[in-house]
Design a protein around this ligand. Structure first.
Ligand code: DMJ
Length: 686
């Protein structure tokens, strides 16, 4: 036997931690001290010197370390500041109008902040005293990021969660990564869902591409305050100026495209049909802007073609484009507009080829095919019942009955369907079954609004002979009074809320502000006088939705305070603070003034115009939607001018201030829901 040449084992010595720890420490301290003693004097001095040096160095660098930490927390504060409610923002200062004289005193300075003191707010994405740091991409998922109709995801149970039409309407801000693909595809909501490769316009030219690059944030010089003089302000001229300014932006940066993006000086495409241009035709005609009108007319003649492989939303295309062309035809007598209207009308007809005859939301005007939105076979109530004025008029002009037939069919069906509650109608209808869906939810806001408006207006258009329409309208007004009208606690403001499975929600979309005008129009046409009382009260409330905001502009959605207290009547949730330059309030002011001649309605409209000029006007041309009506310092431009700002908002303001009651007399014309006047039909020959 040979001893092993190497050990095949390891020897481990396990110490008892309890009995030895303390002693080991003592031994270690003792051996350190012994080692220190063994060092030479020189070695010891060297070590001490080095330690002292380290200490001094550490003390000197302390402030810069703490500074770094302080900087970090500032940034975090800033990020939080941008996300939370800015409750303490200073109120905006608005010129106060003398109601008696209609004069405007010398301009009142804007918020005294930074270099812009006295010049109104800056259309800049950040407040002047806030460090400019890039905000990390917003990773918060909202329903907007999901495919499928935003409203359907929460609609059952609480109508406040629906979020109003705009929530679906504004351009969808997508998350990065997984949603990038979706971002590329979705241009906008409302059934349009244009895919990038479906875009009907040629790709932007080199110049356009350049224009599409967002410029540096706007600064003080970018805001153009309304020019006011100490003398009598010509309000009509002020509206015309506003229109010219909006048009300049459109002409310079978005000509022939759907919408202007005034901050980035570029354009947005929805259907690729020159939406803003067509929506503006009759406004220019009414305002006497001949040069601008002629240029636009030439574009319609030479460039506008509906022979395009593009999915358009039936409702939006009908009210904006078909309505715009028909009214341009009536005002000018120019056959070009009628020819274009006929072409478009016939291309929209495939939308009605459904099992129920309730039209699909989307139609491809080039291919002649139609379909519902990707996520449902439902159509929206307002969308299928607010195309009637236009289609009926097209039949009258062309003497081709099919247009009128298809839309009358829809009204007939809706008239007799079960699921209504005292004339109030659910917001969705299925294109296969022809039945209402999502029953029990009632609103006069997004998705239902213009159903009620068109009941009355069709009745007026047709010479007040169609009894079903009148019956449905009168019943609906009673339903509104019974279920939806309430008053606020503090000022007893009357408003129209929503109903969800018998639960009342004190939420009101700005869209509902069409109602005072419609009610007044009904009374003017012989309907019950108490409708006018409701109209007057609601008008006041809509005005308060502007005045109670720091910018003097209404948010998209408000919630009313039902508690008896001296607090605010109007509560605005952070997600609802945007303003899209919508027309409904000034539309109603126009009707209220026409029928009562009470000059307060003009003064209210004038205040609203001034607020638009102060907070949404962009130098270089155009007006922009804003994010936050509660923040006059940083209203947050959205970089989008909706076509209805020119088609409706400015038109109604102009008509409100015009003394010429024969200008679009309400005895002769009925306005479609996009403010395009169509003639009231003469009685048939006896
Ligand atoms: C317009 O397109 C029409 O007035 C429609 O009836 C509602 N939405 C916008 C304006 O807010």
């Amino acid at each position: 036997m040979y001893p092993p040449s190497r050990k095949d084992f390891i020897s481990l010595t396990l110490s008892d931690p309890h009995s030895h720890t303390y002693n080991n420490g003592k031994h270690r301290r003792q051996s350190c001290w012994r080692k220190w003693k063994q060092l030479s004097r020189l070695q010891r001095s060297l070590i001490l010197f080095l330690l002292a040096l380290l200490l001094i160095f550490g003390l000197l660098s302390y402030p810069s370390i703490t500074e770094q930490w302080r900087g970090l927390s500032d940034r975090e504060d800033w990020l939080a500041l941008n996300d939370r409610e800015l409750k303490a923002t200073p109120p905006g200062v608005k010129p106060v109008l003398d109601p008696g004289t209609g004069k405007v005193p010398a301009p009142v300075p804007g918020p005294a902040v930074g270099p812009d003191a006295g010049a109104g707010p800056v259309l800049e994405p950040r407040g002047p005293n806030i460090p400019i740091l890039a905000k990390p991409p917003n990773k918060k998922k909202t329903f907007l990021n999901k495919r499928g109709p935003p409203n359907l995801q929460k609609v059952v149970g609480n109508v406040s969660d629906i979020g109003g039409r705009e929530k679906q309407e504004h351009e969808v801000v997508q998350d990065e990564g997984e949603d990038e693909d979706q971002e590329k595809k979705i241009v906008s909501w409302r059934g349009a869902m244009i895919e990038a490769d479906q875009a009907t316009e040629p790709p932007p030219s080199a110049n356009e591409k350049e224009a599409a690059v967002p410029p540096a944030p706007a600064n003080a010089a970018d805001t153009v305050p309304l020019e006011v003089s100490t003398g009598t302000v010509d309000r009509l001229e002020a509206v015309r100026d506003a229109f010219r300014h909006a048009w300049k932006g459109y002409k310079d940066f978005a000509w022939g495209h759907d919408e202007l993006k005034p901050i980035s000086k570029s354009f947005g495409e929805w259907f690729g049909l020159g939406l803003t241009l067509i929506d503006s035709l009759d406004t220019m005609w009414i305002m006497g802007l001949k040069e601008e009108f002629t240029e636009a007319r030439n574009w319609v003649e030479k460039e506008l073609s509906f022979n395009k492989n593009v999915d358009v939303n039936l409702f939006e295309t009908t009210i904006r484009v078909l309505g715009g062309l028909l009214s341009a035809y009536h005002l000018t007598g120019d056959q070009l507009f009628l020819e274009k209207a006929k072409d478009l009308g016939s291309r929209l007809m495939p939308a009605f080829k459904t099992p129920s005859k309730i039209p699909f939301s989307d139609v491809n005007i080039g291919k002649g095919t139609a379909h519902p939105p990707r996520w449902t076979s439902d159509s929206t109530l307002a969308e299928v019942t607010s195309i009637q004025l236009e289609f009926r008029e097209l039949s009258r002009l062309t003497q081709e009955p099919q247009y009128q037939e298809v839309v009358n069919e829809v009204m007939k069906l809706v008239h007799s369907l079960p699921g209504k509650q005292d004339g109030l109608v659910p917001m969705f209808i299925n294109t296969n079954s022809g039945q209402f869906t999502h029953k029990g939810v009632f609103t006069l806001g997004a998705r239902a609004d213009s159903y009620y408006e068109y009941l009355l207006k069709q009745w007026i258009q047709g010479g007040k002979t169609e009894d079903n329409l009148l019956e449905d309208y009168l019943q609906a007004v009673e339903g509104v009074k019974k279920h939806l009208v309430r008053q606020t606690g503090p000022r007893r403001l009357t408003f129209v809320g929503e109903l969800s499975h018998n639960r009342f929600n004190p939420k009101m979309d700005h869209l509902v502000c069409f109602l005072p005008g419609t009610l007044a129009l009904g009374v003017h046409n012989g309907l019950p006088g108490d409708h006018m009382e409701l109209a007057t009260q609601l008008m006041e409330t809509c005005y308060h939705m502007y005045t109670q905001m720091e910018t003097g502009l209404s948010p998209e959605i408000v919630h009313f305070n039902l508690q008896a207290s001296d607090g605010r009547d109007v509560v605005v949730k952070p997600a609802d603070r945007h303003n899209l330059l919508r027309p409904e309030t000034v539309e109603s002011l126009f009707y209220m003034y026409r029928f009562t001649k009470d000059t307060k309605y003009r003064d209210w409209g004038w205040e609203i115009l001034q607020s638009f000029n102060k907070y949404t006007k962009v130098s270089g041309g155009g007006y922009t939607s804003i994010n936050n009506v509660c923040d006059p310092v940083n209203p947050g431009p959205r970089d989008k001018m909706e076509s209805f700002f020119l088609g409706e908002t400015l038109k109604y303001l102009y008509l409100l201030f015009s003394d010429d009651m024969e200008l679009l007399s309400l005895e002769k014309y009925v306005f479609n829901t996009e403010a395009h006047p169509l003639p009231i039909w003469p009685p048939p020959p006896k």
